[in-house]
Design a protein around this ligand. Structure first.
Ligand code: NZQ
Ligand code: ZN
Length: 381
């Protein structure tokens, strides 16, 4: 395949790097500091950031929720417009960074911000965005995508634009120290599935992309196996793995799936399932459903990532190992959050996917409504 690859985000990696904000942001900028519900006030990151911003004209917007909603973010857009903000600094996980991307784009647009998520407006301009990452998982700190939910209609949508690619990202692994176990496990699973979505398709002969994907999977597996022995190196490795999993490199020039993500997003929109947990619920069932077309790659993963011996059942064993990996991290692999009959939940999820036009998923568009129903039949408890 032909491809074009450019990742323009300046990474400032390591302990104490928050201080570099003062050099990275031009001094004449009016900065909007965006954050969530206060974890950064408890772990000292807020103090570090405000110290670094001391010479700047800045204001803040807090209360960005996990799986951010356009209803909340449009309030931040109003603050940005009313105060002539011209730089957005996100301090948080994927939700806050994605939000900064939305606010940056919607602040330069006169129409309804949701148009961006519906594809009615293609982002032509955005304020500069930068990120201080506090949760390694999504890779949002150095990619150009964002996921926003409309609470009123339970729609969770993605947009991408080079205009919202963060200018720089501070990645201090010390922030991981205050993450609850659940968020840490989620981070490993999300990064893992990001690699899988760009790797478990069909053999490509792209030695660099496939080899690097396997290196990331082996690293994440190692981090999961050493979950109880976290030290500085463990935290730094996790942060770098999650970043590299979705910074555009391993997906360049190779087929990509993203079916697990698209179905998973509906579990979050409908039942509030954490993003990573939605993926662990869907992926094993999806892989079993697509075993025939993904067999060669699953076998390659079994050999090169899990060290499994060759044999007729190698692909199926690889899926079992993936499932066991999630379970070893305390992440369930079936949906239990729906409060209705199983059949009603399946109908609801399929309805949402149909409304969003998500009925030709997978690297070959082979996951249609019938396959989605089969996948959900085993993924929903
Ligand atoms: O709100 P606060 O108080 O900050 O608490 C957050 C939040 O409740 C907490 N947290 C973050 N850093 C912490 C911390 N708690 C203690 N110590 C710290 N250092 O963690 C909770 C979850 O944060 P969130 O940002 O929601 O998690 P994550 O990074 O997993 O982001 C999930 C969002 O990213 C989207 C997902 O759909 C979801 O909306 N994604 C974005 C992608 C992208 N832009 O490329 C790709 C992904 O596949 C994903 O779809
Ligand atoms: Zn993800």
């Amino acid at each position: 395949m032909k491809f074009s690859f450019k990742n323009t985000t300046q990474i400032r990696f390591g302990q104490g790097q928050v201080d570099s904000i003062k050099k990275q942001i031009p001094g004449d900028r009016k900065v909007l500091l965006l954050y969530g519900f206060g974890s950064i006030k408890k772990n000292g990151v807020y103090d570090q950031v405000t110290e670094a911003l001391s010479g700047f004209d800045w204001l803040e917007f807090s209360g960005v929720e996990a799986n951010p909603t356009v209803e909340t973010l449009d309030k931040a857009v109003k603050v940005a417009k009313d105060n002539s903000v011209n730089y957005i600094l996100a301090v948080g996980g994927g939700s806050v960074i994605d939000s900064a991307k939305y606010v940056a784009a919607a602040s330069c647009y006169d129409g309804e911000g949701w148009d961006i998520l519906e594809g009615k407006y293609r982002v032509a301009k955005a304020l500069p965005v930068a990120a201080v990452l506090t949760l390694p998982a999504t890779g949002s700190e150095s990619n150009s995508s964002a996921v926003v939910t409309k609470k009123a209609t339970q729609k969770k949508r993605v947009f991408s634009s080079p205009h919202v690619q963060p200018v720089f990202a501070v990645m201090d692994p010390d922030v991981v120290k205050t993450l609850p176990t659940r968020q840490l496990a989620n981070g490993i699973v999300d990064a893992w599935v990001h690699v899988c979505e760009q790797y478990i398709t069909f053999p490509t002969g792209a030695l660099v992309q496939e080899g690097y994907a396997e290196a990331l999977l082996k690293s994440l597996k190692h981090l999961g196996e050493n979950f109880d022995n976290q030290d500085d190196l463990w935290r730094a490795n996790l942060m770098w793995c999650a970043n590299q999993a979705l910074n555009g490199l391993i997906g360049s020039g190779v087929p990509q799936d993203w079916g697990t993500h698209m179905i998973g997003h509906e579990l979050t929109a409908l039942y509030g399932v954490d993003h990573a947990r939605s993926l662990a619920i869907i992926q094993p069932s999806l892989l079993r459903n697509q075993l025939a077309s993904k067999k060669a790659k699953l076998e390659q993963m079994g050999r090169n990532v899990f060290g499994l011996p060759d044999g007729d059942s190698l692909a199926e064993q690889t899926i079992e190992h993936i499932e066991a990996f999630y379970q070893s991290l305390g992440v369930p692999t079936q949906l239990t959050e729906h409060e209705s009959e199983k059949s009603v939940a399946i109908d609801n999820i399929v309805d949402q996917l149909e409304q969003n036009g998500m009925t030709k998923l997978g690297e070959k568009g082979a996951i249609t409504v019938d396959e989605i129903r089969e996948i959900l039949a085993t993924a929903v408890a």
